[in-house]
Design a protein around this ligand. Structure first.
Ligand SMILES: Nc1nc2c(ncn2[C@@H]2O[C@H](COP(=O)(O)OP(=O)(O)O)[C@@H](O)[C@H]2O)c(=O)[nH]1
Ligand SMILES: [Mg+2]
Length: 227
């Protein structure tokens, strides 16, 4: 078993070092793939020691293209047999990796999502993100016959061969609804496991906004009825 940790990164110099240390500390055989999506802060400089020590594989987009594009770049280069998406902030907890990958290693699931809502002790920062997340999950469940509590979660875990078999068009945050739609259309039931969540504020660098919520819903509708 080798886990590929994909980290799409855009201007996260405040958290990237701490995050990488946390990911490196998880006792799993793994590779870490950071795709620096044209960051204009000192993200590249902070990453250099990790790249020099060969603890991180580094790819850079010269121009900012969005989280989905960064994930697609990483998918082309990954060599593990299980894959997890890891944001470059500290909202999620790498100590959850083991329980998330377990159903895939046991061959009981091809896809596992980490649910922030199934863990009742989690806090949620903004009411609109909280309700937005619930609403997007609700629409995904209706359109695709799933039972998800947290569709837009960052922690999405895949069997690597399966992930590579899915063609992706997304460029920005539509990665989540596109992959959910395409998995569900294959008749796969997405498994959920409770995870920890430590929300950050917009001031602390949160980049997703209400337009991304609308785009998520449009993406779910598009892949259900149009494409
Ligand atoms: N590659 C790339 N990553 C991005 C971009 N915008 C945001 N991200 C990353 O996506 C992750 C999630 O962003 P965030 O604003 O915290 O949204 P949330 O965690 O999905 O609510 C972070 O790791 C960001 O660095 C972008 O334009 N390109
Ligand atoms: Mg985040």
């Amino acid at each position: 078993m080798k886990l590929s940790v994909i980290i799409p990164t855009y201007n996260e110099s405040a958290t990237i070092e701490t995050l990488l240390k946390k990911v490196l500390a998880v006792p799993i055989h793994k590779e870490i793939i950071v795709v620096d999506d044209g960051s204009q802060d000192n993200t590249a400089l902070l990453l250099k020691p990790f790249v020099d020590a060969k603890s991180v594989k580094y790819f850079r987009h010269e121009k900012n293209q969005g989280k989905g594009s960064a994930i697609k770049t990483a998918i082309r280069h990954l060599t593990g047999n299980v894959v997890i998406i890891q944001d470059a902030d500290l909202e999620y907890d790498p100590e959850d990796y083991n329980k998330l990958i377990d159903p895939i290693i046991q061959q009981k699931a091809q896809v596992v999502y980490g649910s922030r809502f199934l863990n009742k002790s989690n806090k949620h920062s903004y009411m609109r993100f909280y309700l937005g997340g619930i609403f997007v999950s609700f629409i995904a469940n209706i359109l695709y016959h799933q039972k998800l509590t947290d569709e837009p979660t960052c922690y999405k875990v895949f069997d690597a061969a399966f992930l590579k078999s899915i063609p992706l068009k997304c460029e920005r945050f539509e990665f989540c609804p596109e992959i959910t739609a395409k998995i569900a259309k294959k008749g796969i039931r997405i498994r959920e496991i409770p995870i920890n969540y430590y929300p950050r504020s917009i001031k602390e660098g949160k980049k997703i906004n209400w337009k991304d919520g609308l785009e998520a819903i449009w993406t779910l509708i598009k892949y259900r009825f149009i494409e």
